[in-house]
Structures are given as C-alpha cells and as structure tokens.
Design a protein around this ligand. Structure first.
Ligand SMILES: [Zn+2]
Length: 285
C-alpha cells in the first residue's frame, strides 16, 4: 500500500563519531522515514568528560550541529532533544557526590529553558531515573530531579522524554502521581514504553513504543494512538544491539500492507500525535 504521509521515529541517536552518522539517516529515508527526534547522545559519546554545565553545553552544541547537518544534507527533518541521561547523573554522583550531581542537573534546567525559548531544541531527553539498581541516595536524587524536570516542562512548555526502569502498572501510577503534582504538563513522553498507550495516557504520559512487530501490534489493539521509536544507538561496536534505522518506516508500511494498521490510525501515530506533543508541523518541508 502506498503512503505519502510522514513517518516519524520518536527516539533515535545518531553518532557520526562511533557509528554510521548521516548514512543511517539516509537508510531511514530510503525506507520511507521523513521525520525523527534526534536524542542527543551522552557527553561521553562525544568524547567529552562532562562534569559541569559548560562541558554539557559543548556536547549539546554537537547534537544541535548534527541536527542541522541532517536537515541540510538529507531530505529528513530532525528535531533535537538534549538532556542529562540517568547514566550520566549516576556516574557524576559516583565521582563527585550525589549533591553535586543533583545541583548540576538543576543548572542544566536553566540551559534547557534557554535553548527551548530560542527554538534550538524541540524537547528535553532523555531524563528520568536509572533502569539498573543504584544506591538509595542516588535513587532519591534521581526522583527529585525527575520531579524537577516535570515542573520544568509545565513551566516552560518544553516536552520531556522520560527514560526509566521497566514500567508495570505500579510504576505508571507512581510517575503519573508525580506528573499530577507538577500540574499535568501535557508533553511528557514515556520513552521505551511497554505497549499500553491507554495506560500511559491515563497516567498523564504519551507512550513511545519500540517498533518491534509484537509491541506495535499489541499497542494497536488498544485503539489509542502512540509514538513509535527504534532507540537506534548508531554504534558500530554494538551491531544488532537495537533495532536498525529503517525499522519504524518498514514496520509501519508492512502493517499498512497487511491491513493490521489502517490509514487513519497511521496518520494519528505519525502526524497528529507528534504535532500535538511537540508543537511541530510535519507537513512543513
Ligand atoms: Zn535512548
């Protein structure tokens, strides 16, 4: 079945230093992809040992430069997101103390607000809490910072992509309560979300579901729209660690073909929902 509408990958890392860079984006385009959320890699991936706000800014500039390159040198539209990955916060907490890691996060909130106001980023991400066990003090600081990120989103209007541990119903409810406490910011996206977009929505989040066939088919069964992502990491030393860059357009087109996805839902997933969450216009060149 032909589809000439947008096809959006909500969470891609592109890494010209350690991966295929723009060639991966061109693969995405050849498969039918049109728009992507470029989620900045960690400062370490850029070769920067970031321990303070200025060094994070350096890493952010690399991500913003890469988004510009994608927009100028390929037919794909890239939106940029920068953040403070939970693994970065954990590493800095180990090296410099939990209080320092948390203060640094608060300092980054001001940077994000400025970048968002200047129209240089479309979202903040990824931020949240680690998906692996950490000392109690780090866990508490991560939760405090996640709450601050939710309030930041409410205050600034900037959407936020959350990275968390695996979610079951209890975690949806717990983070849902934190979102309510922040005043229900509308742009909270659960990255790597299990295929329950209805449950996510009831708890104040938009689900971003990994584009495996099984997950997408399950998510479609709820009748609730969701975002699709690969979490492509573009790292030549970890081939096959994640879904490849073509996966979102390929999966979408094959489900359209088989009739498991109808055109109206396809439009809601790849145009309406991203436009509503991120305030972008996917029909714009
Ligand atoms: Zn990611």
């Amino acid at each position: 079945m032909s589809w000439d509408g947008p096809l959006f990958d909500n969470h891609m890392h592109i890494d010209p230093r350690n991966g295929r860079g723009l060639d991966a984006v061109r693969d995405f385009h050849r498969a039918g992809g049109t728009h992507l959320m470029l989620v900045g890699k960690t400062a370490r991936d850029w070769g920067i040992d970031a321990r303070d706000v200025p060094s994070f800014l350096l890493a952010y500039e690399r991500t913003l430069g890469l988004a510009r390159d994608i927009n100028e040198e390929t037919p794909v539209t890239a939106y940029a997101a920068v953040g403070y990955h939970p693994s970065e916060m954990t590493g800095i907490a180990e090296a410099c103390g939990v209080a320092y890691a948390l203060e640094l996060g608060f300092g980054l909130l001001d940077v994000w607000e400025r970048l968002y106001d200047e129209g240089r980023i479309t979202a903040v991400g990824e931020v949240g809490r680690p998906h692996y066990p950490v000392p109690e003090a780090v866990w508490e600081a991560s939760n405090e910072f996640m709450q601050a990120c939710l309030s930041f989103s409410k205050r600034s209007g900037c959407p936020v992509q959350l990275h968390t541990e695996h979610f079951e119903e209890a975690q949806f409810a717990e983070v849902g309560a934190m979102i309510a406490q922040a005043g229900h910011p509308p742009g909270i996206v659960k990255h790597f979300c299990p295929p329950f977009p209805d449950l996510a929505r009831r708890n104040g989040m938009t689900a971003s579901v990994v584009a495996s066939r099984e997950a997408v088919v399950r998510a479609l069964a709820t009748g609730e729209p969701f975002l699709m992502e690969t979490d492509y990491i573009d790292d030549l030393t970890r081939p096959g660690a994640v879904l490849g860059p073509k996966t979102v357009p390929k999966r979408t087109l094959s489900l359209l073909d088989s009739g498991e996805l109808d055109r109206e839902m396809c439009w809601r997933i790849h145009a309406e929902l991203p436009e509503r969450v991120y305030g972008v216009d996917l029909s714009a060149p």
